[in-house]
Structures are given as structure tokens and as C-alpha cells.
Write a protein that binds this ligand. Structure first.
Ligand code: MG
Length: 220
């Protein structure tokens, strides 16, 4: 099982819950229109988790790989049908994460209305930095979010632009599935997503959170 680090605690997420289409600017760059009335939810398996270290290996035969920088939260206790008034108490901490996506595999799935599972759930598709307690993070709806590749800025935004807040997402999903302690939610990406090649260095940062910096290996 894969783990994530939350201070001294090592958590085993039973699932990584992801939100698509959570920034208008990203919906637009993907050719979409309007904004969703409800969060667009998909899952990554525990086996997709990787912790940011010196390098992340994702074989090139899998296809075109895109980065997506995202604000991520870790759940501190079990909940179901969580009410908005108490949602924040369930959020133990935050981190910066990368929702790696096989863009051509996803595009094919979209064409036939198929699930995104393979394009989002391969090994190392969910890379996380260390999680920091919520109490040490400022307003999660006012954090600068940034990603650069080989020193060139690719994504630059503020979490104020999220269509659904971390609490919104937690409440919505918990109406369908029990959220367990250690589960992680990835809150979507702003515009600027793009390809990653062998040897590229990814640097991702969100205010108040430890940055992520690693090289991507894309061996055959
Ligand atoms: Mg994403």
C-alpha cells in the first residue's frame, strides 16, 4: 500500500478523490464551455500514489503525459453525508499535488464517453508533497498556485478561482461514499496544463505548503 506523509503521521489513503473542471480557465483551454453545476468526480487508486522525491518514473509507452498542479487535502476522520457547517473539521491538512494525466488516452475515452480510469489511475499518477496541518495554512481559498517546467512558468493562478471549495467537494462526495481517515482529495487544476518529456524538472508550489520538485523519467 502507498502512504502519504502528514507531519509525523503516515496515512494510507483508501482512495484519492479528484475533481475535474474546477477552474473556468482550465475548462476553456480543454475546449469546454460553461461551468458544471455539480463537481466532476473521478478516483485514482491507492497504487497511483507517489511521494515527491528526486525523480518520478512514468514509462513513455503509456503515451502523452500532462502535468496538472492541484491543491490537495487529507481527511482526518471518517464521515458520511458531511454537513457544510462541520466540513472544515474533517480536513486535517493540505499539500500540493500533481494530477498526472495521459492526455491522449483521456481524449480517446472522452470521444466514446468512456471512463477516465486508465488516463488518471496509472502508477505515479498522483504525486504529493508533505501535508501540512490545516491550522498552519492560511485561507485555502486564497493561495497562489504555481507550476514550472525546467524553470519556465506554466501554471500560475489563485485557489480563489476554484468553482467548488475543498469543503464543497468533501460534502458532495460524502453524500455518495464514506470518506475514511487518510483519504485524499485533489481539488482540480487551473489553465496551463501541458506535456512532460524525459528529464523535465517539475517545480510546483502553493502558498504556505512545502514545494514539490522532481525530475520525470520517461523510459521505454
Ligand atoms: Mg486534474
Amino acid at each position: 500500500m502507498q502512504i502519504v506523509k502528514m507531519g509525523d503521521r503516515l496515512a494510507i489513503p483508501s482512495k484519492v478523490i479528484c475533481v475535474g473542471k474546477n477552474y473556468k480557465s482550465h475548462i476553456k483551454e480543454m475546449g469546454g464551455q460553461g461551468t458544471p453545476s455539480e463537481p466532476t468526480i473521478f478516483l485514482k487508486p491507492n497504487s497511483a500514489i507517489a511521494n515527491g522525491s528526486s525523480s518520478i518514473s512514468i514509462p513513455s509507452y503509456l503515451g502523452l503525459l500532462h502535468y496538472e498542479v492541484e491543491l490537495c487535502l487529507i481527511v482526518g476522520r471518517e464521515g458520511k453525508n458531511i454537513e457544510p457547517s462541520v466540513a472544515e473539521a474533517y480536513i486535517e491538512g493540505y499539500s500540493v499535488g500533481i494530477d498526472f494525466t495521459l492526455r491522449d488516452v483521456q481524449s480517446k475515452a472522452k470521444e466514446v464517453g468512456g471512463p477516465w480510469t486508465l488516463s488518471k489511475g496509472f502508477d505515479s499518477a498522483a504525486v504529493f508533497g508533505e501535508f501540512i496541518p490545516s491550522s498552519q495554512v492560511g485561507d485555502p481559498l486564497n493561495l497562489k498556485i504555481h507550476l514550472s517546467v525546467n524553470g519556465k512558468v506554466k501554471q500560475e493562478c489563485n485557489t480563489a478561482n476554484m468553482l467548488f471549495s475543498p469543503s464543497d467537494i468533501l460534502c458532495y462526495v460524502s453524500g455518495y461514499m464514506t470518506i475514511l481517515s487518510g483519504d485524499v482529495i485533489m481539488c482540480g487544476t487551473p489553465r496551463g496544463v501541458g506535456p512532460v518529456s524525459d528529464g523535465d524538472e517539475i517545480f510546483a508550489q502553493i502558498d504556505d505548503l512545502p514545494y514539490l520538485k522532481f525530475e520525470v523519467e520517461r523510459k521505454v
